[in-house]
Design a protein around this ligand. Structure first.
Ligand code: PLP
Length: 470
């Protein structure tokens, strides 16, 4: 029989013990079959500001802010205090038949930041459940409105929207679907709006025309009466920080409006300061979606929470329908969690209290400092917006081909970065970064210097191993 574990002892274990225990008992996210349930990933022991400390006591800049989420930085005493106070005041209430002050106060403040029609919030537990909620709402609405065939969902290659069945079915990154089932009969995927990968000889404006024409052709071919929603991350995050060509989002939005297709902006990453605004759709991209999904930065990762901002006009059409008894049979035990909402309110205080201004002010320096890495021959492009960026490596800068390059190149760079004090998120041939918004100019320069050295070391290594011509 296994020995009984004292949680206090587990917590104080040495880092290598933690890793060993993980390999015995954890199934980690996104594992591969060969090591599933037997994998140890490096332990992180603590965090402070933009830094985390790993199991070996190394202090690292948290380049991806956890998982695009620790926007206000680690070890915020005021957030810890709110967690404590709210847990003592009211640790939980059932949203099935009661409500709590933090949840409605937060809803009111979120509505004030959202485009004017998005006056309502449905809370969830994270990003996947937010996307799932938006899609199920579309299905429900079209059933109630007597058009049950209007349910197809249009997403894009390269996008990432979650890990529940329907949200995952929208994903379009390489390898996402190789071994997984999906509701592929309900989803149509358009071309990834990645200007770096546009066909040779096409200008960015022509590429944008092509993307819009492709969507128009899909609507014509499948019929607007069959398409319920279009979903897009305003900047694709996990697909490699892809900023679409100018005018793309407003034109896709207009096509949706002309064809009564709901536009869902998946702002799980781009909201709560990442682009300098609470919601980026209107202020940064000049679009007014029908729904906005959010999570991550809403609590800066201190508590799991997400949600969907929903158009008040859509809700009105339901209230006016002939089916007043039709039920939106959807809800989560932890929808409107009072602790999550209280943390989100304090998090919003911090953002509104100067951090959004700081993020806007510093993002130019962030982008410029990283852009200089394009001088290195392994780097095909450095791109980004606000405080999100991606370094993409290529085998050569004529073809920009990533495929003949060692596909673990992102991991190699990350390994060198960690030795020098920086965590980046490796994605095949890319490294993505989205540091806490509290980052200073000096710390940005540190990040860029570490990346520069790490990419140089990776280049030497690849040449030495005969994997790259240099
Ligand atoms: N949508 C986007 C744009 C995301 O980046 C993610 C996660 O990275 C999700 C949805 C899913 O969020 P979660 O992991 O909280 O379920």
């Amino acid at each position: 029989m296994a020995a009984k574990l004292d949680p206090a002892v587990v917590h104080n274990r040495e880092a290598d013990e933690t890793a060993a225990l993980a390999a015995r008992h954890l199934v980690q996210p996104w594992p591969v079959a060969g090591s599933i349930g037997a994998e140890s990933r490096g332990a992180i022991e603590s965090g402070d500001g933009i830094y985390v400390t790993d199991g070996e006591g190394r202090r690292l800049i948290d380049g991806p802010a956890g998982m695009w989420c620790v926007n206000v930085g680690h070890r915020r005493a005021e957030l810890a205090q709110v967690l404590h106070d709210q847990a003592l005041a009211l640790s939980y209430n059932s949203p099935w038949y009661t409500t709590s002050a933090p949840s409605v106060e937060l809803a009111e403040r979120l509505a004030a930041h959202a485009p004017v029609d998005l006056g309502h919030v449905f809370y969830t537990t994270g990003g996947s459940s937010a996307v799932e909620t938006a899609l199920r709402f579309m299905q429900f609405m079209n059933n109630v409105r007597g058009r049950p065939e209007k349910k197809l969902i249009v997403s894009r290659q390269g996008g990432y929207h979650g890990s529940t069945y329907l949200s995952a079915s929208l994903n379009g990154r390489p390898r996402d679907h190789d071994w997984m089932d999906s509701a592929s009969d309900q989803v149509i995927k358009l071309t990834c709006p990645n200007p770096f990968r546009r066909p040779t000889g096409q200008s960015k404006a022509q590429f944008c025309d092509f993307l819009v024409a492709e969507f128009r052709a899909v609507i014509e071919a499948r019929g607007a009466e069959k398409i319920g929603a279009f979903i897009a991350e305003p900047v694709m995050a996990s697909g490699g920080v892809i900023v679409p060509p100018a005018g793309y989002l407003p034109r896709m939005r207009a096509l949706c409006a002309e064809n009564d297709i709901l536009f869902i902006a998946d702002e799980v990453v781009t909201a709560f300061g990442r682009l300098g605004e609470v919601f980026a759709s209107k202020t940064v991209f000049s679009i007014e979606p029908d729904m906005i999904t959010f999570a991550k930065g809403v609590t800066s990762g201190y508590f799991p929470l997400g949600g969907v901002m929903i158009s008040s006009k859509l809700l009105e059409t339901l209230r006016q329908s002939n089916h007043s008894d039709a039920m939106f049979a959807h809800g989560l035990t932890y929808s409107s969690h009072p602790i999550g909402c209280a943390v989100a309110l304090k998090n919003l205080d911090i953002l509104e209290g100067g951090l959004l201004d700081h993020a806007r002010a510093i993002s130019g320096h962030f982008q410029a400092a990283l852009k200089r890495l394009e001088a290195l021959p392994l780097v095909g492009e450095v791109r980004g917006l606000g405080l999100m960026a991606c370094v993409e490596c290529v085998a050569d800068r004529v073809s920009n081909n990533p495929l003949t390059l060692d596909l673990e190149v992102g991991k190699r760079i990350d390994r060198h970065c960690q030795e020098l004090g920086l965590l980046v998120r490796p994605l095949i041939n890319m490294c993505v970064m989205s540091p806490p918004l509290t980052i200073t100019m000096g710390q940005i320069d540190d990040m860029a210097d570490i990346l520069d050295t790490s990419i140089r070391r990776t280049m030497d290594e690849l040449v030495c191993e005969g994997l790259w011509k240099g």
